[in-house]
Design a protein around this ligand. Sequence first.
Ligand code: SF4
Ligand code: SF4
Length: 245
Amino acid sequence: KLGIPVIIADGLAGRDGQNISIRGDHFENVKIARGICESDGVIFLSHVTGHMQAGFAGTLKNIGMGCASRQGKLLQHSGTLPEITVEKCIGCGACMIVCPANAIGIKKKKAMLVKERCIGCGECTVACRTGAIEIKYDENVVKFQEKMVEYALGVKKALNSKAVYLNFLEHVTKNCDCMSKSETPIAPDIGIICGTDPVAVDKASMDLIGIDKFKEMFPEIDPLAQIRHAEKIKLGASQYELAEI
Ligand code: SF4
Ligand code: SF4
């Protein structure tokens, strides 16, 4: 027990965001949770995992998505909604049960997606055992990664760089911690990476676990697209030097 209070940084209804101006390819301003913007500084703790849309989830994913207001999360996910192949659907309802946005219904024993409600989280694609509901991995995935990284830039700017980033390379699983089921680790526990550059912290984590592991799990996704875009928009640098403590 750490005795630390839980604060919902964008308010109980997720509406309390602040516009932060950035120079990105996708956004000129991003909507960051006000509780983050008003913090004196933040120590970010991120559990590293694979991710069905980002390929790799570490600091950039955690702060870019995690510190966005609800509207900011939706803006990042727009463009990566799942599609249903009706012929493969057996109407089991597993996707509907796990959907956090009540965006799936079953009609005449087939799943139906309400696109306006979908937040693009991808939970349904993991729950479906027949491959009937999938996110199409095309250029939209790179766009998603880039949008997420631009939000991470907004977070860094909102905090005036007063942040430390810790990646936990322990119990690294294929999918992120949003998933309702526990998964078998894909790599041995390595330890904790700490630094003041979120890009270097993520790149070091990818290298230590092995970038090929993430590419094997999600062949359609290049996790390094996050790093390339982060460097392009000057969020940080991928070069690092490891000092073991
Ligand atoms: S992507 Fe998420 S919100 Fe959208 S239908 Fe699937 S589970 Fe629901
Ligand atoms: S989980 Fe798959 S098979 Fe079952 S209802 Fe949903 S889309 Fe259809």
